[in-house]
Write a protein that binds this ligand. Structure first.
Ligand SMILES: C[S@@+](CC[C@H](N)C(=O)[O-])C[C@H]1O[C@@H](n2cnc3c(N)ncnc32)[C@H](O)[C@@H]1O
Length: 310
């Protein structure tokens, strides 16, 4: 039997016993099992929580994640829990930590909680609860970070996964903890068009992007050629990809990097080839025909040297 299986079996037994003695077991989607403090600290580090953040802990227990985010990282936020005993403990813990001006705790069902203000969501729930929440999480502002203790989200693969030993887990018996991290991806599927002024002429580009969560693939049409995208990446609203396409018969590497805002992307394009090299402003639109490229700025072919940029 694998050690992972033993660890998961022990966890489920522990969770089962805990829920059996809870007065709220009938209503709770998940029993109360606190995240060990060392795991809390690591979750907040992985999400790079800082003073600009608003963190919401779904099923907040004794409030430790929200309180640590406020006390150690200067964040604001709130926790929700159905159990009034947990809310009382959280308010007392917040008072002792001196963070009552930055945190709040509400006795509320996590499924009835508005998540719109969050820049970071934390959760220590169960796989089926994570999956029930998943459609709502995917609707959050692109760039919202999500950290889950121990449970993943099926085919929405995490952007990062860390496994660690946690000696205080399960009331001090110790165990392994998994931390899963996602960034809510912008919705970028579709056809994007733009023009770049290259070698004295506007060149039209048309990229068709396919998206599965944060994983992108696609192809670009330049002139009468279609080439596959390489290194396509999406993190929140930050997008990048590259491809190699011919300019006047010579291969030129094109690297694009930008920020998605609805049906627009703004950023930069870096072109490099034997006779052409430089950076241009990049503005793409989804669905629309391209705007005419500016006439006076752009990359020109150099007959003799690399680095011609007029
Ligand atoms: C595993 S504990 C995690 C506590 C805390 N987030 C932590 O990591 O230390 C799950 C918590 O979710 C709460 N809970 C379960 N179902 C809930 C629901 N539908 N709405 C709000 N809270 C819920 C439980 O009372 C419990 O405190």
């Amino acid at each position: 039997m694998s050690s992972l299986f033993v660890d998961r079996a022990a966890a489920l037994l522990f969770w089962g016993l805990t829920s059996a003695v809870s007065a709220f077991a009938a209503e709770l989607s998940v029993p109360y099992v606190p995240t060990p403090q060392e795991v809390v600290e690591r979750m907040l580090q992985i999400a790079k929580v800082g003073p600009g953040d608003y963190l919401i802990d779904l099923g907040s227990g004794d409030g430790r994640i929200v309180i640590t985010a406020a006390k150690k990282h200067g964040a604001r936020g709130f926790g929700v829990d159905l159990d009034p005993q947990r809310i009382r403990e959280s308010n007392e813990n917040a008072r002792r930590a001196g963070v009552t001006d930055r945190v709040a705790f509400y006795q509320r069902d996590l499924f009835d909680t508005d998540l719109g203000e969050a820049t970071v969501i934390t959760m220590y729930l169960l796989p089926r609860v994570n999956l029930e929440l998943r459609p709502r999480l995917l609707q959050l502002k692109p760039g919202t970070r999500i950290v889950s203790h121990d449970f993943s989200m099926d085919d929405w693969k995490p952007d990062a996964h860390v496994a660690m030993d946690a000696k205080d887990k399960y009331g001090g018996s110790g165990g392994k903890s998994d931390i899963y991290f996602w960034v809510v991806p912008a919705r970028v599927a579709g056809t994007w068009r733009w023009e770049l002024p290259v070698a004295g002429k506007p060149r039209a580009y048309e990229v068709t992007l396919e998206q599965r969560y944060q994983v992108l693939s696609g192809a670009v049409r330049v002139g009468d050629r279609t080439v596959k995208l390489q290194n396509a990446r999406l993190s929140g609203e930050e997008i990048r990809f590259s491809f190699t396409a011919g300019v006047n018969g010579a291969p030129v590497k094109h690297e694009f990097r930008g920020k998605v805002d609805g049906d627009a992307i703004g950023g930069s394009a870096t072109l490099s080839g034997a006779r052409i090299e430089g950076q241009l402003q990049w503005n793409a639109r989804r669905g629309a025909r391209p705007a005419v490229a500016p006439r006076d700025t752009g990359l020109r072919l150099s007959q003799s040297s690399r680095g011609a940029f007029n």
